[in-house]
Design a protein around this ligand. Structure first.
Ligand code: TXA
Ligand code: MG
Length: 327
């Protein structure tokens, strides 16, 4: 693996070219986006995309997101560009939003896991954008971690998880947003939130002028319409994770285990616990969350206790990740 350090705001064109060449040669390139690091490959080449699944140890029934540099690039991958897509793209791209739209026949089954839709986004990170422009092709990229592990927010996380599998790793420092993009499905009669993210359902609704409902169990006992990849235990540290209110967390003592605590407001007087404090605002908390979980795993914690989050919808995406991780 070649690891190249790049300035996150002004990446070196030589490093970007090297990564773009690797992509076009059918290789795997890990790169920072504003959400998490992605593991990228040629989206329109089934062999290249298969390498992603193999590297991650990921079952092929999970679709991967396609990253493009421009809205025109996105339109080439779909058979329909509804007014809702135009509005959301104008409001939130480049940014942490993935649009699910009817796929064009050029998009291989390897990308969509056989679905007739494709998830697309224009990332806002200067390194990701520079790579997409230089490669001049759509780049399929799931998060650059092994299947079911925590998403990486630093190049070190990528190297620890997938070091042996990646051809080029662009190290652009820690990501800013810190959790994966919001995924919204625009293929049905109503827009549906498949995965919450830091762009909230409320913000999408405001732009679309119609409510965006969370995908969930249908009222008449039909199968739940969750985003593929949202069904399993995901976003999980190795340690067992529980969410506790501030008072309980202060009182809890876990015998015989190394305990990691992630706190916002509570204070806990336990000299044996590894304590990480995260900011008491959703942006700051999301930014630090995966790095905190990674470092508690590294510190050998077998239990992680997280202080309960505020009920405010601004915390919904973070709650989603923590609840999944606690299963
Ligand atoms: O922030 C992100 O979205 C990051 C960065 C690298 O862009 N990528 C990411 O990819 O989180 P991944 O593969 O770990 O998650 C992609 C998820 C899938 O698990 C699925 O939930 C949804 O996006 N998805 C992709 N294509 C879809 C489709 N056609 N229909 C429904 N859901 C789709
Ligand atoms: Mg992932």
């Amino acid at each position: 693996m070649i690891r190249l350090q790049v300035d996150p705001l002004d990446p070196d064109p030589l490093a970007i070219t090297e990564a773009a060449v690797a992509i076009n040669a059918g290789g795997l390139v890990a790169f920072p986006t504003e959400t998490v690091y992605g593991l990228g490959a040629l989206a329109l080449d089934p062999h290249a995309v298969r390498r992603i699944y193999k590297a991650k140890g990921r079952p092929s029934f999970n679709p991967v997101i396609v990253h493009v540099a421009t809205p025109e690039g996105a339109k080439e991958l779909v058979t329909d560009w509804p007014v809702g897509a135009e509005r959301l793209a104008r409001a939130f791209w480049p940014g942490p939003l993935t649009l699910v739209l009817p796929r064009a026949s050029t998009v291989p089954n390897e990308v969509t896991a056989g679905l007739d839709s494709v998830g697309i986004r224009i990332p806002a990170h200067p390194v990701a954008l520079a790579l997409l422009r230089a490669a001049a092709v759509p780049v399929a990229a799931p998060s650059a971690n092994r299947y079911t592990e925590l998403s990486p927010t630093t190049a070190d996380h990528v190297q620890q998880s997938l070091g042996g599998e990646v051809d080029v790793l662009l190290d652009g420092g820690p990501t800013t947003v810190g959790i994966e993009s919001t995924v919204v499905d625009l293929t049905g009669a109503h827009p549906t939130l498949l995965r919450p993210g830091m762009i909230s359902a409320g913000a999408l609704s405001a732009v679309l002028g119609v409510p965006v409902k969370r995908a969930g169990p249908e009222p008449k006992g039909e199968a739940p319409r969750l985003s593929p990849g949202q069904v399993e235990r995901h976003y999980a540290p190795r340690a067992r994770l529980s969410i506790l209110d501030g008072d309980s967390i202060a009182d809890v003592r876990v015998a015989g285990e190394r305990v990691g605590l992630i706190l916002r407001t509570a204070s806990v007087d336990d000299p044996k616990a590894v304590v990480i404090r995260l900011p008491d605002d959703p942006q700051g908390f999301a930014h630090g969350l995966y790095a905190a979980l990674h470092s508690l795993d590294e510190a050998g914690c077998t239990r992680i206790l997280v202080e309960e989050l505020p009920r405010d919808p601004a915390w919904d995406a973070i709650r989603d990740r923590l609840e999944r991780a606690s299963r």
